[in-house]
Each structure stands twice: as structure tokens, then as C-alpha cells.
Ligand binder design. Sequence first.
Ligand code: C5P
Length: 232
Amino acid sequence: MGKDVIVACDFSSAEQVFTFLDKFKERKPFVKIGMELYYAEGPEIVRQIKARGHKIFLDLKLHDIPNTVKKAMTVLSGLDVDMCNVHAAGTSAMMKAALEGLTRPDGSRPLLIAVTQLTSTDQESMEKELLIEKPLDQVVMSYARTAMEAGLDGVVCSPLEAGKVHETCGKSFVTVTPGVRFADGDAGDQKRVTTPAKARELGSDYIVVGRPITAAADPVEAYNRCVKEFVG
Ligand code: C5P
């Protein structure tokens, strides 16, 4: 699995994202388009960023009945994204349906990644609201195993969980990990953070980095620094 840095383009308009992407003249970053940008600009933003030569992780975290997810995934696979995702909590049946919907007539498809337990959920809210009593790390590993058995390519998780996910699901099962900060940077609202170098050491395949790059005084320099630390 080729390691790469995915830049979370958490902007609310096409204008902002293009002003940002215009700064990158050499290496074109792998871009994450989340709900904010997608809901603001629609599928056209995906086509436009793709046309500029970027790989795209479309982070829409689908979670619905299998038939609905399957049909939505067919639409997304037509957008020619490189990676997209669903919630593992949608169950194995939903993940399998997502894979079916995503697979194009020629057999090709984007990578499909499962969101395990959101990092905004803690043990207490899981127990009190979701009635899940097992320890959080066991819940994450169980979701990862179910995703692997359903045929998905990997999971979104903390870099701190990447090693254990690889132990449980195999080396080629992809780990996509947010929560990355430079050693001298501001953590912001992220609680458990690691540096790009540490994420590499822990076995992450892709790091998702937003504000350390998008809010940097020199985003290209920050991106290059990330790539150097993480990819080598
Ligand atoms: O700006 P920052 O580097 O914190 O951005 C991280 C990105 O990864 C954001 O787009 C955020 O929504 C996403 N993410 C996350 N934690 C998760 C899942 C996704 O930070 N568990």
C-alpha cells in the first residue's frame, strides 16, 4: 500500500478550495472532500477537482438501508473518486451492498473504507446512549473485522489504533488516520494527536491532515513537510 498524505479540504465554497489548491504547482495533493464542501457545491466540485489532476477521498460516511446505500454508491462511483466511505455501524449487509453499488461494469471501483467508532464518541456516551458496554478499542477492532469480512478495503481510525487494526485484519487492510499534528503545532479540537513521523512509525497507510496545512502561513511548505515526514 503506497503511503500518502490526504489533505482535508474543509472549505465551504468552490472559490475557497480553488484558491487553496492553486498554490500547489508541483505535486498535486490527494484531496479529501467532506460533507461541508460537497453539500455546498454538489457533485460538480468533485468533477472539477478531479479534472485538475487530484486523487479524491469523498468522505460522505454513508449509513442507511442497504438498498439506498447501494444506489447512492453507484452514483458516487460514476464521479470517478479514488476512495469513499460508509459507517461500519450500518452492518455487514449494508457494507456488502455498498461494494456492489460501487463496482463499475468493468469490475473497477474506488477504495471503500469503513468509519468505525467516531473519535467524538467516548466510552461514556457509547455505554449510556448506544448501550455498547465493551471497551472502545474492542468495539473499533470488531467493526474493523466486520468491514474486512464484508470485503471492504480498510478503516478510518486513530494512528494509535493502526497497528492493532493491521494485526487483526492484515497488513494490506488500509488504515486512514486523522488526528495528525506537527510536533510544534496547535492540536486545536483534536484530542489524541500524533505527528506525521509517528503515524508512519505506527503503521498508518494514509494520514488525513486538515488545518495544519489549510491554515498554515505557507500551505505548500506545510504539505511538503508532512509528505517528507510521513512518506519519506
Ligand atoms: O483539521 P484537522 O487536521 O483536524 O482535520 C481532520 C479531518 O479528518 C477533518 O476533515 C475531520 O472531519 C476528519 N476526521 C477526524 N476524525 C475522525 C474522522 C474524520 O478528524 N474520526
